[in-house]
Design a protein around this ligand. Structure first.
Ligand code: SAH
Length: 266
């Protein structure tokens, strides 16, 4: 989960376009299994809450390192496809599937998921912390709906304001403006306005934020110690110096995050 659109398409190796996300995320989140404020127990709670059955098909746009699909395949026997634009995270997802013995049930594709529609309709279509893929929450729901069977479930992971911020605080949280996110009641109401029932939700908490954010600090420090002469070292150093204070001042108190399960009103 990070804020804002990210389109970073570089040309690497003559004639081969290499799609990837900005390098900073591939450094700071290289040791994360979950790239948002959910902890493993939250994904387990969500999987149980959704009453997943063996054989349930799940599409995950912005699947990161694949922890949701891999653990649900192990624990509930789902089958799934994840699409992610980070080459590193996509590789990690494949390794995780092998590690958990579910590589026959889940597939990870390294690609831009913008506009992606599944060939066969799925039971659950998810975008957990990457709603810029569809140009925002409403656009992402519309995109996911194209892959969903009638009566299926859409999962959206999205931040919301826990405490209403000033514009300065919103920017401190990494948002472009206060208007980038809603308060929880308004976010829930916004799904209703799109004619969806909110049928379940699991919310992150501050311990989960700490796991997501503080884990980056240690990863950055270890990366700096291993790569002192890298061109990127100054940027990573500046971030490690400022991030703990920024996070404790802004994100930890002001920003909430949750996954919402939606079903179209018939
Ligand atoms: N859902 C995952 C990852 C959330 S972080 C989890 O819960 O762990 C957001 C993810 O979106 C990152 O893995 C990033 O690589 C990916 N991403 C960003 N832009 C994308 C795009 N256009 N298409 C596919 N994936 C994208």
């Amino acid at each position: 989960m990070y804020m804002g659109a990210c389109q970073c398409i570089s040309l690497h190796m003559k004639g081969f376009p290499a799609v990837d996300i900005p390098r900073i995320f591939n450094v700071t989140e290289s040791a994360h299994r979950i790239h948002n404020p959910f902890t493993p127990d939250k994904f387990a709670t969500l999987g149980e809450a959704l009453r997943l059955e063996a054989g349930t098909s799940v599409l995950d746009l912005g699947s990161g390192s694949g922890e949701m699909l891999c653990t649900w395949a192990r624990d509930h026997g789902i089958v799934g496809t994840g699409i992610d634009m980070s080459r590193l995270f996509s590789e990690q997802a494949k390794h995780r599937a092998e590690e958990l013995g579910v590589a026959d049930r889940v597939t990870f594709i390294h690609a831009n998921a913008a506009g992606h529609v599944a060939d066969e309709k799925v039971d659950v279509a998810a975008c957990v912390g990457a709603t810029w893929i569809g140009g925002g929450v409403a656009g992402t729901i519309a995109l996911l709906a194209k892959s969903l069977r009638p009566g299926g479930i859409i999962l959206v992971g999205e931040p919301y304001w826990r405490v209403w911020p000033t514009e300065e605080i919103a920017r401190g949280c990494g948002a472009g403006a206060v208007a980038d996110f809603l308060a929880l009641p308004d976010l829930i109401a916004s799904f209703g306005k799109l004619d969806y029932d909110v049928v379940e939700m699991v919310l992150a908490n501050q311990d989960g934020w700490d796991r997501y954010e503080a884990a980056k600090w240690f990863t950055m420090r270890r990366w700096l110690d291993a790569n002192p002469d890298d061109d990127f070292a100054a940027e990573v150093r500046a971030k490690l110096t400022s991030e703990p204070w920024r996070y404790a001042t802004y994100t930890r108190d002001y920003l909430g995050w949750g996954v919402f399960a939606l079903m179209a009103r018939a």
